[in-house]
Design a protein around this ligand. Structure first.
Ligand code: PEP
Ligand code: MG
Length: 905
């Protein structure tokens, strides 16, 4: 059978279905599904995502050949249902051409409307509709979009405005006109011819008259847009594979710009920023879809409630709101009722918040798209919990609906209330995407990325954003726009990124050329600080202080659900009582890694540490260690106390000693002075510590085995802190972990020092505390001989940072020199230091768990490398039977959710 590349829909029938999104893209699959459930959708067809891959493999000409018959038949299908003909001046059919990938990528690829118009068809359209102005307005829009998307007519410099917009402004100026919709037929005709001339001049291309030629140009341009820079960047950010490809949907045009009984809009069944169950959206009377999203005209609210709130935020009085910006609920009550009914139907059908596009053509409502709406992390959690309470989805589905990495947004700092009360409000816009952000003003995407790379926090300030700004938006702490509503590009994309955004702040005036923004008479320059409150739409002068977020409300409820379903528990990597406290508040049930080396860097401690390192004899070393002991004891006391009743896994000293001594001349001089020795002596000692491969040198348990006094001192500090706590009535649960073991004898040696020290201490104190001795598995040899190591180790903790380093043979510190090129060439899919390599490193882990438990049946196993907070790696840890993962405090909720999802999966 011949391969099917095109799927039609229309009039309540469809060849596709919602569950065919891999083949038809989200848009194509849902257009089919909407037909099947009786939602009014203009007829059309979808070219599959497989064709997109063919397009890049076989090339444009071959693919057009493969598609020709099916596309021509599908055009006929639309013609029959619409009772009109493509390219027929007497009864013309126009179509739209849209992209649609498997995962939604809002605004990343291209769309073309009004396709099928040319100099003769436009006359027919005017005659057929009895509306010449509409016909020419549609025509100039088509030339504009086609010129941009298919023929590549773009601004030459970043400071330039869109070349078509420049022509429009010129014509308006010549004719003394203020608004676009004041242009008459003559002026619109003039635009068409000037657009075509400009296209020819800049790109050397003629505008195609033949509608079929136009259609092929548009289809290929949409496929091409799969590989445009912003789409590639978006896929990278969202982890969308290139092989998925985009589908292309071609649909009969319906017109929202046929007069005052026509309109177009975008709406959400719930609030995409906060998650509240509040129908909302924006529309424009007598307009086409791109007007709403592009932020060229001020869109009006769909609901009256939304309109009242919007007017308040914009300081617009009721009289002006009612007359100039009324809601659809007020202006088109019947359509509003239909719209509400369909949004309810769609939300019930998909059991999720829907983001819908619609057009009203002369009083008839059409749906052009529905999809599960992009939302902020806060909204994600609230919507999942609400739908669960409403009985729409069960607990497990609610858990699976939440994307672990998106919880990160809920952990971002919020404005400190007191600081906020003192802050000076500069102006207000729309609360497009919640959060608190402060930073320095930049105006261009490339500057935002550059400044961020230099370590600065920036706020990107734009008249409006476009898909070209993606990289800048991603680098910025927040986004502020002068134009555009809650469904503008800036708002939608910022919400998807979980980035703070205030849009449509009408009082700001931006001058890109001089790089200044004027707000209510106050002039701010590039580099000046402002703060944004994405939850209220307020813009503040200067930097407003922030404070950490808390786990409450829906977030807390989600975490409770995680606890119910998870098998794997989550500990934290923490070296201070403060970090431990934060992690506990996020639900960590112990410390999986306490790195003791970080405790040595403060003033007096580093001096004693250096004395220890420079010591020539064991006696001198012991004297220096005596000085360190009380400091260490105090540190461990704090952490064990804060984690009372929970296991605290403390690792013995791990890094090479040269990290503790100064390498610069000045530092060495100061050190010599402090220690009363010559600079030459210090230099000689520092030189003797230097190694060719410090990562493979004197570090980990090799330190404790070379200088047993270090292990003894640390053991004494840990256990005497525990004894003191026990005497005070606490329940300390210390675990002592030996790093970088590769041979069981290394562990054996360390264990005997630890046990001897403990026995002596317990005798001296007359009190015993129970503790465990375990090891890191972070050297491939340790994994390979895990059965032997488990004879000595009471638990394993996989140090996947070192295990990755030594399995790949990639230096942790030097991977940046080749990683970008490896990722680009797809030699590596991801950075293995961030996402666990399940095939290679994972194999070692799973083997070590099995071997270890063969020796010691209930051997507790965990992970404490960076991967312990990365969702896909956490899920792997669940599958290979680890007991816990351990990660930095702010990733604890993410790991908890991933662990619960793994249990459900
Ligand atoms: C590891 O190697 O994974 C680990 C946790 O130890 P560190 O990162 O301190 O070497
Ligand atoms: Mg390590």
């Amino acid at each position: 059978m011949k391969e099917k590349r095109v799927y039609t829909f229309g009039n309540g029938k469809a060849e596709g279905r919602a569950d065919m999104r891999n083949l038809l893209g989200g848009k194509g699959a849902n257009l089919a599904e909407m037909n099947l459930i009786g939602v009014p959708v203009p007829p059309g067809f979808t070219i599959t995502t497989d064709v997109c891959n063919e397009f890049f493999e076989k090339g444009k000409e071959v693919v057009i050949g493969l598609l020709k018959d099916e596309v021509e038949n599908s055009v006929k299908h639309i013609e029959e249902l619409m009772n009109s003909k493509f390219g027929d001046p007497d009864n013309p059919l126009l179509v739209s051409v849209r992209s649609g990938a498997r995962a939604s990528m809002p605004g990343m690829m291209d769309t073309i409307l009004n396709l099928g118009l040319n100099d003769t068809v436009v006359v027919g359209l005017a005659r057929k509709t009895g509306n010449e102005r509409f016909a020419y307005d549609s025509y100039r829009r088509f030339v504009q979009m086609y010129g941009d998307v298919v023929l590549g007519m773009k601004p030459v410099n970043k400071e330039d405005i869109d070349p078509f917009e420049a022509i429009i402004q010129d014509v308006k100026k010549q004719r003394g006109i203020k608004l676009d919709n004041e242009m008459n037929v003559d002026e619109l005709k003039l635009l068409v011819s000037r657009f075509k001339e400009a296209i020819k001049k800049q790109t050397g291309k003629d505008f195609p008259n033949n509608p079929m030629e136009q259609l092929w140009g548009a289809v290929c341009a949409v496929f091409d847009s799969w590989m445009n820079e912003r789409a590639i960047l978006y896929r990278k950010m969202e982890g969308i594979p290139q092989e998925w490809g985009t589908a292309v949907s071609v649909m009969a045009m319906v017109f929202g710009n046929m007069g005052n009984s026509s309109a177009t809009g975008v709406c959400f069944s719930r609030d995409a920023a906060t998650g509240e169950n509040r129908f909302n959206g924006e529309y424009l009377v007598n307009a086409q879809g791109e007007d709403v999203v592009a932020g060229i005209r001020t869109p009006q609210q769909i609901t009256k409630e939304g309109s009242l709130n919007w007017a308040k935020q914009q300081s617009i009085d009721e009289e002006k709101r009612r007359t100039k910006y009324p809601s659809m609920e007020e202006t088109m009550p019947e359509i509003f009722a239909q719209l509400t009914a369909v949004k309810d139907k769609l939300e019930k059908h998909y059991h999720d918040m829907q983001d819908m596009e619609f057009t009203v053509q002369e009083g008839k409502l059409w749906f052009l798209q529905t999809r599960n709406g992009k939302r902020t992390g806060t909204a994600m959690v609230k919507i999942a919990m609400d739908l669960m309470h409403e009985g729409e989805i069960d607990e497990k589905t609610a858990l699976m609906r939440c994307e672990p990495s998106k919880l990160d947004e809920l952990l971002h700092p919020v404005f400190d209330k007191e600081a906020l009360a003192q802050a000076r409000v500069l102006t207000r816009g729309l609360p497009a995407s919640p959060g608190a952000a402060c930073g320095q003003i930049v105006f261009f995407a490339d500057d935002a990325a550059k400044w961020k790379a230099d370590g600065k926090e920036v706020i990107m300030v734009r008249i409006e954003t476009s898909p070209e700004d993606l990289a800048g938006m991603s680098a910025a702490a927040g986004i502020l726009t002068a134009r555009g509503g809650m469904t503008s590009h800036a708002a939608v994309v910022a919400r998807g990124m979980g980035k703070c955004c205030v849009s449509g702040a009408g009082a700001i005036m931006i001058d890109y050329k001089s790089r200044i923004v004027e707000i209510d008479g106050k002039v701010l320059h590039e580099g000046d600080y402002i703060s944004l409150n994405g939850s209220t739409g307020e813009v503040y002068y200067g930097e407003v202080k922030t404070k950490p977020a808390e786990v409450t409300g829906d977030f807390a409820e989600l975490m409770k659900l995680c606890k119910k379903y998870t098998k794997l528990v989550v500990r934290t990597n923490a070296d201070t009582p403060h970090d431990a406290e934060v992690a506990r508040s996020f639900g960590a049930v112990g410390i999986g890694l306490c790195r003791t080396e970080h405790m040595f860097f403060e003033n007096e401690k580093i001096k004693a540490m250096r004395e220890m390192i420079l010591a020539d004899t064991p006696e001198e070393r012991e004297k220096a260690l005596e000085k360190l002991l009380p400091y260490q004891k105090q540190d461990f006391y704090g952490i064990l106390k804060c984690m009372d009743g929970m296991p605290v896994n403390i690792r013995l000293l791990d890094p090479p000693l040269h990290e503790f001594v100064p390498h610069d001349r000045k530092g060495q001089e100061t050190m010599a002075q402090e220690m009363g020795v010559s600079v030459q002596f210090i230099q000689a000692r520092v030189n003797s510590l230097s190694e060719h491969n410090p990562m493979l040198g004197l570090r980990g348990c090799r330190l404790g085995n070379t200088f047993p006094e270090i292990t003894a001192m640390q053991t004494r500090a840990i256990l005497s802190a525990a004894i003191q706590l026990k005497k005070e009535g606490f329940n300390p649960m210390p675990e002592i972990m030996v790093p970088l073991v590769g041979i069981v004898n290394e562990l054996d040696e360390q264990e005997s020092i630890i046990r001897k020290t403990a026995d002596k201490l317990f005798k001296e104190e007359g009190v015993e505390v129970s503790f465990k001795i375990g090891t890191m598995i972070e050297i491939p040899r340790a994994a390979l001989t895990a059965d032997l190591i488990a004879k000595k180790a009471e638990y394993f903790s996989f140090g996947t940072n070192d295990l990755t380093q030594m399995t790949f043979g990639y230096s942790r510190d030097d991977i940046a020199s080749f990683l970008p090129s490896y990722l680009e060439k797809k030699i590596l899919d991801v950075d293995p230091f961030q996402v666990l390599d399940q095939h290679g490193v994972g194999q070692l882990i799973s083997m070590a768990v099995e071997k270890g438990r063969h020796t010691r049946k209930n051997l507790k196993c965990g992970i404490c490398g960076e991967h312990g907070g990365e969702p896909s790696s956490v899920k792997f840890c669940h599958r290979v039977g680890l007991n816990y993962v351990s990660c930095s405090p702010f990733r604890v909720p993410i790991a908890r959710l991933a662990a619960a999802q793994a249990a459900i999966e």
